[in-house]
Design a protein around this ligand. Structure first.
Ligand SMILES: C/C(=C\COP(=O)(O)OP(=O)(O)O)CCC[C@H](C)CCC[C@H](C)CCCC(C)C
Length: 384
């Protein structure tokens, strides 16, 4: 059923200019000669910025069942397990299930729980606290982020059949029933773990379960119609940034201490920086996003304005947090945070502001470590 996607209809929905772009995009080598296939793979990019491979017949706009490659032919086994592009062909169902959960995306959530635990000021390095933190990380990463990513792939399955036909769902490597079962198991597992954590922490009100329900709902409306928040640059990026920064932090903090209004406000503010980080991923995909009607910020404002919005949100947010720390008399932490912001600004001038399309990955790789340690620094400041 899935490969029978109506790509012609999709092509027709596009403006003539966009259709031309899709049809004239240069051929991208997939690690095997294009001539060995009955169609050519064309580069299309998505709102989240990754260049995707479009496998449609240029003349007919159709994806033929027989033409759809099942996997990226010369991919890597590590990429397969991490759930990133360039994954090797895999037939093991468990590995395919893992791929769907995109383990590479669990890290920020796991880090966020650590920040919340640190901010609570109550975490002790004993077996019980480590076990509690580990369960909270497992809930946030493999279970709920896994659910988020699987449901995202589920609702993107038609477009992925055009862009990345070798992904697990459009390639048919995993059946629809199995995917739906995975979504439910991860969701219910995540909610169950959240409730267990509430019981373990002795909460009168199930704070962590409430966060998990809220986060799961956000995940759903981010990916699923009719809201599909990911289609909007501001809302989609803020939803992504805030849920990756605030929700796990709140969970970790509620698990070991109390979630206070000032922490909520501060982390929501910090999430604005998360929005900026999410924009970085949009620069590579401007043409494709425009063609698909996705209003990413580079599409809406142009590259030059968007790159400044991106750097501005990241810097102003963190400088605001540093100012807050100074105002609270946490001078040392404020200074450390400033010390961590400085290299980020340096890398912005070095990469992001010079050429965000060319240097997006370099920028992320060089500046992100300073950003995440800034988060931890802020968390530790709040604990004292
Ligand atoms: C699915 C997400 C990003 C992928 O976006 P996109 O489809 O544009 O990119 P690809 O083309 O590469 O697929 C992330 C969405 C995040 C979501 C809004 C909310 C996440 C919620 C947390 C996982 C919930 C954690 C709760 C817990 C800590 C209590």
């Amino acid at each position: 059923m899935l490969p029978e996607l109506n790509c012609q209809a999709r092509m027709r929905q596009l403006a003539p200019k966009e259709r031309r772009w899709l049809s004239s995009a240069s051929t991208i080598p997939l690690g095997f000669p294009a001539s060995s296939r009955s169609f050519r793979a064309r580069g299309v990019a998505t709102r989240t910025g990754k260049l995707k491979i479009r496998a449609a017949d240029a003349d007919t706009g159709k994806v033929k069942t027989s033409d759809v490659p099942e996997t990226a032919p010369s991919g890597s086994a590590v990429n397969q397990l991490l759930g990133i592009k360039g994954a090797a062909a895999e037939t093991n169902k468990w590995k395919i299930r893992l791929q769907l959960t995109k383990p590479v995306t669990w890290a920020p959530l796991i880090w966020g729980v650590a920040c919340g635990a640190a901010a609570s000021g109550n975490f002790v390095w004993n077996v019980e606290d480590v076990a509690k933190a580990a369960l909270c990380m497992f809930m946030s990463g493999p279970l709920l982020t896994g659910y988020t990513q699987t449901i995202n792939d589920w609702y993107d399955r038609e477009i992925d059949a055009i862009n990345e036909p070798y992904r697990p769902i459009p390639s048919g490597a995993i059946s629809e029933v199995e995917v739906i079962a995975q979504i439910w198991i991860l969701l219910l597992g995540g909610l169950g773990a959240a409730y267990a954590l509430d019981l373990w922490a002795g909460h009168d009100f199930p704070t962590i379960l409430s966060l998990a329900v809220g986060g799961s709902f956000l995940s759903y409306i981010y990916s699923a119609p009719p809201l599909k928040l990911k289609q909007s640059g501001w809302i989609g990026n803020y939803a992504l940034g805030s849920s990756y920064i605030s929700l796990p932090w709140w969970s970790g903090q509620a698990l070991f201490g109390t979630l206070t209004p000032d922490v909520i406000v501060l982390t929501l503010l910090y999430s604005t920086a998360g929005l900026g980080i999410a924009i970085v991923n949009d620069f590579k995909s401007i043409e494709g996003d425009r063609a698909m009607g996705l209003q990413s910020l580079p599409v809406a404002f142009g590259v030059d304005t968007a790159k400044w919005i991106c750097a501005g949100t990241i810097d102003v947010t963190q400088l605001g947090v540093a100012a807050y720390l100074f105002a609270q008399g946490k001078t040392t932490y404020g200074l450390i945070l400033l010390g961590l912001i400085a290299p980020q600004i340096f890398f912005q001038f070095q990469y992001l502001l010079k050429d965000p399309i060319k240097f997006d990955v370099k920028y992320q790789a060089s500046s992100q470590p300073f950003f995440v340690f800034g988060l931890l620094c802020t968390a530790l400041a709040l604990s004292h």
